[in-house]
Ligand binder design. Structure first.
Ligand code: NAD
Length: 472
């Protein structure tokens, strides 16, 4: 007899496990199916391991600048990359154990294997049963849930003419398995993954080139921020080729040659490795979507604002649906889907007000509109304050960057904040809360902020919207 559940979740990444835990806490009888490691992309192959590497890169940068703090040393540093990798693996392992304990504590039945949804048949009269193919020779298991949550995530995309071998031509998965730093790397794609890897590898001593098809890096941020990152990267020694389309990569004698077209010019870039960072594709294959009548296309599974698919009782969240591919978005979507299953009153997510962070040096973060153009021409008021005028930034010797605040000219509501500078990805939470609570820049600016702190830059930029900054 198939075992019955209130909810079966397919995929144990942040989208899947957040929903499973929330549902179990609400008293539902829940099963979670994962084919690989619990924690998914973010924990095992994305956010967490790359940020662990970035911390090592930051340590190098701080060591190189130590004389600025009045400390002289003749000591040299050596990057013991295996140790850097081991540290990353320990952090990932600890977090994975944490998720595993939460699953146990909340009495979620955990199944290791490939999960797929089934259509109707004599054995499964209702669409939405789940089949699990365990690894090895064990028999398939069928579960019959009231509801299914699909959170199968995404995988790195590649270009049709470029043979990824995860040895010389790597994706963001393969690069995390390297045991030795390459001397040089050509990164195809100047999006978020491309610039984060460029930044961390550069500080670890790798010669980095970025090749980007568009005329600027990080296309989702403002023109100003893109240009600023390019300028800072070039100052550091990272080579950037914009408006350049990669045509082919060949591997010869263990080295790579990228051939690309920049206008009517052809360029060639020789390097030890290539990283493909040209986006991610949703994992929609082999999970039974056609059989279960779930609509999808190459962009992912189609859902309504409550994450219900075209099949009654099947929900989908995270990178497998065509919304922002961010870990915190997957978790938020998953919680809302569970609220819907629990028949609670659900307010749909406002995607434009979700904070975004880019963990480069300098760090970048934004929420809402980023430059008063994107459909807000003439409708936005703007304020700005630079980190170089802030006491805490001076103390930290971190003076690059600024906070920009945008408000609606008519309603005075805060509609966007863009930050380039130290701890941008932490600082963005305050303006995100401001937007969520419909605050005005005046309210943000009249909130007393601790002194000295980096957060004063947000306060000053907010005050600058009404020309009220005392320090400008
Ligand atoms: P992306 O879509 O952000 O960037 C890919 C870039 O590759 C684009 O700028 C595109 O123009 C370029 N490109 C495509 N084909 C090319 C070609 N032939 N030659 C040169 N350039 C080419 O994708 P990504 O950087 O791979 O990131 C994937 C997803 O993961 C994104 O949605 C991103 O938001 C998410 N992510 C987020 C974070 C974070 O929030 N810090 C970190 C990593 C990944």
């Amino acid at each position: 007899m198939p075992k019955e559940y209130d909810l079966v979740v397919i995929g144990g990444g942040i989208g899947g496990y957040s929903g499973a835990i929330k549902a179990a806490k609400a008293g539902l009888n829940v099963a979670l199916v994962e084919r690989d490691l619990i924690g998914g992309t973010c924990l095992n192959r994305g956010c967490i391991p790359t940020k662990a590497y970035l911390k090592s890169a930051q340590a190098i940068r701080e060591f190189e600048g130590i004389s600025e703090f009045g400390i002289e040393t003749d000591a040299k540093y050596n990057v013991k990359f295996l140790k850097v990798k081991q540290r990353k693996e320990e952090i990932v392992g600890n977090l994975r154990n944490g998720v595993q304990s939460l699953i146990k504590m909340n009495k979620i039945d955990y199944f290791q294997g490939e999960g797929s949804v089934l259509g109707t048949s004599i054995f499964t009269p209702k669409s939405g049963s789940v089949m699990i193919k365990p690894q090895g020779d064990a028999d398939e298991i069928i579960l019959t849930p009231k509801n299914v949550l699909i959170a199968t995530g995404s995988r790195p995309a590649s270009l049709p003419n470029i043979p990824v071998d995860e040895k010389n031509i790597l994706t963001s998965n393969g690069i995390l398995e390297l045991e030795k730093l390459p001397k040089s790397i050509a990164i195809i794609g100047g999006g978020v993954i491309g610039v984060e890897w460029a930044s961390l590898l550069h500080w670890m001593g790798v010669d980095v080139s970025i090749i980007e098809f568009q005329d600027r890096l990080i296309i989702n941020e403002s023109q100003k921020v893109s240009a600023q990152l390019k300028k800072e990267f070039e100052k550091q020694g990272i080579k950037i080729h914009l408006s350049t389309k990669v045509e082919s990569v060949v591997i010869k004698d263990g080295l790579t040659k990228v051939t690309a077209e920049a206008g009517d010019k052809k360029i060639e870039i020789d390097s030890e490795k290539v990283l493909m960072a040209v986006g991610r594709r949703p994992n929609v294959e082999d999970i039974g979507l056609e059989a279960a009548n779930v609509d999808f296309d190459k962009h992912g599974i189609k859902v309504n604002e409550y994450y219900q698919t075209s099949a009654e009782n099947i929900y989908a969240v995270g990178d497998v649906i065509p919304t922002l591919q961010l870990a915190h978005v997957a978790a938020a979507e998953s919680e809302l889907a569970i609220d819907k299953i629990l028949e609670k009153n659900v307010v749909p997510l406002e995607y434009e007000n979700i904070p975004r962070g880019i963990y480069t040096y300098p760090e970048i973060a934004s929420v809402g509109i980023t430059d008063g153009s994107d459909g807000h021409e003439g409708k936005a008021k703007h304020g700005q304050f630079d980190f170089k005028f802030n006491g805490k930034s001076m103390i930290m010797n971190e003076s690059i960057g600024q906070v920009e605040v945008f408000s609606d000219k008519d309603s005075d509501d805060l509609i966007g904040v863009s930050i380039v500078g130290p701890h941008a990805t932490d600082l963005i939470s305050e303006p995100s809360l401001g937007i969520y609570l419909n605050a005005t820049p005046g309210e943000l600016g009249s909130t007393v902020h601790p002194h000295p702190s980096l957060s004063e830059v947000i306060m000053e930029a907010a005050r600058d919207v009404d020309s009220n900054s005392l320090n400008k």
